[in-house]
Design a protein. Structure first.
Ligand code: XMP
Length: 314
């Protein structure tokens, strides 16, 4: 049985031993990086610099959310605006693994630059067990390169510290609950962000469209769960597809965009089932999306389990 208190005590001791100088950590507002940042901060105090890298691939208002979460804990986060760097590097990139490596590489370059300014020799990462298992660690074949694992170039100058490496998500959540972090129940969000949910080329316009859809999907699912109409799923999000289809607005033909809704029930993200949401809820989401974002005229629901599909589309 996993003991969160024991884990926290041991992790802080280990971090104290391991990190001799200054360290940097990129926080995303997710459970893993927030827990990793908190433990490291407890171990080395202000020798840790937490940064939020605004990649332009995040959901709406994430920078404000992340800053507020950390200020509630008592930690100060530096926000780095790297939107242009990420978008330029992703220009013309369509292959999912290439997207992941481009994003990973950009992250590392941003860390290195900021680490140099801060005089840090260590990079703390919130990597958890499924990240490296699915990236081809151990005996498994690589399914996809999780950005905080596979994107790390061989010639990285920073020493990598991964305090959550052996934990599964439910254990990280238990640690977050034990510490009292307000993000303990937050749904996972992939490191490469919305770039792996915009299928095909990632452009600012497509990212903005997906941000608007994502907000509708998240708010409707969270409202339904809060009212007790559904159980809170493991993950719920939208994917913008690279195909257009014919539709009708009023009496006019439109040739619009298509989004897929993905809602998954799972324990650890390693496997999962599509969530059998009530049709009335799916219809409400579909109507809101097509009414509020007129360029979208088709909404489909992904009814594939993992396996054979993965949770994210890329
Ligand atoms: P897949 O798509 O592999 O996703 O079934 C399993 C879980 O991992 C999340 N995911 C990521 N998390 N970096 C992360 O930190 C990544 O590169 C990444 N890719 C996928 C995904 O959202 C799901 O919860």
């Amino acid at each position: 049985m996993f003991d969160a208190k024991n884990f926290v005590d041991e992790a802080i001791l280990k971090l104290k031993e391991e990190i001799k100088g200054r360290a940097i950590i990129a926080v995303s507002g997710g459970v893993d990086s927030t827990v990793a940042a908190y433990l490291t901060w407890k171990a080395i105090g202000n020798r840790l610099l937490p940064v939020f890298i605004d990649t332009g691939l995040m959901r709406k208002n994430e920078d404000v959310y992340v800053k507020s979460i950390f200020s509630r804990i008592g930690m100060d986060v530096k926000v780095l605006n790297k939107k242009d760097d990420f978008l330029i590097s992703l220009k013309g990139v369509i292959d999912p693994e290439k997207k992941r490596s481009v994003v990973g590489e950009r992250f590392i370059r941003a860390f290195e630059e900021e680490a140099k300014n801060f005089g840090a020799e260590y990079l703390v990462q919130g990597t958890i067990a499924p990240d490296w298992i699915e990236s081809g660690g151990g005996i498994r074949e690589r399914i996809k390169t999780h950005h905080n694992v596979g994107g790390i170039p061989e010639n990285i100058k920073l020493k990598i510290v991964e305090p959550l490496r052996d934990l599964y998500k439910d254990e990280v959540r238990a640690v977050a609950r034990y510490i009292g972090l307000p993000i303990s129940e937050r749904q996972p969000f992939p490191g490469p962000g919305l770039s792996v949910r915009v299928i095909g080329e990632v452009t600012e316009e497509r990212l903005n469209t997906l941000r608007d859809v994502t907000e509708i999907v998240e708010s409707e699912i969270e409202a339904a769960a809060a009212k007790g109409e559904i159980q809170m799923p493991w993950q719920y999000f939208a994917v913008l597809l690279p195909i257009r289809t014919t539709g009708v607005h009023g009496d006019k033909r439109v040739y619009g965009e298509t989004v897929a809704i993905r809602v998954i029930d799972s324990l650890d993200g390693m496997s999962g089932n599509y969530s059998q949401l009530p049709h009335s809820l799916l219809e409400k989401i579909s109507i809101r999306i097509t009414n509020e974002i007129p360029k979208i005229n088709r909404v489909v629901y992904d009814i594939t389990n993992k396996p054979p599909a993965t949770i994210e589309w890329e």
